[in-house]
Design a protein around this ligand. Structure first.
Ligand code: 5GP
Ligand code: ZN
Length: 110
């Protein structure tokens, strides 16, 4: 499948890894929107938040289990977690990912 983040998971495209385990990869966003901007993705291809089902929800739970560890490693206590689903919501990569944003005062959600 022609998926950018699957290529990152497979090592075909390099990344700056922050955290990795059997099911999850976290790496720095190539175009940071905040002083700290990390993406957390399941290694399994899921197209977005709308594709999560009872069969795959555990990986989302696991992502939220490791986010506090990642934030601690990044040295931030205050952060925002965002996932965009669909083009109108700003999704540009069709592989489920959670943005961790921090390191500055974050404005209201638009
Ligand atoms: P979305 O817009 O889908 O919510 O988020 C996709 C994110 O992936 C964007 O913030 C974008 O900067 C980031 N991104 C796109 N291509 C690459 C890449 O090749 N490497 C990394 N590390 N991030 C990428
Ligand atoms: Zn993928």
């Amino acid at each position: 499948m022609d998926c950018l983040f699957c290529k990152i998971v497979n090592g075909d495209i390099p990344n700056n890894t922050v955290y990795e385990d059997d099911t999850v990869l976290a790496f720095y966003d190539i175009d940071p929107k905040a002083p700290v901007h990390v993406l957390v993705i399941p290694k399994q291809h899921l197209s977005g938040a709308a594709a999560v089902t009872a069969d795959t929800a555990a990986v989302v739970g696991h992502i939220f289990e490791v986010i506090p560890q990642i934030a601690q490693k990044l040295g931030i206590t205050d952060f925002r977690v965002v996932t965009n689903n669909g083009m109108d919501a700003g999704q540009t990569v069709g592989h489920l990912h959670f943005h961790i944003l921090g390191g500055r005062t974050l404005g209201e959600m638009g």
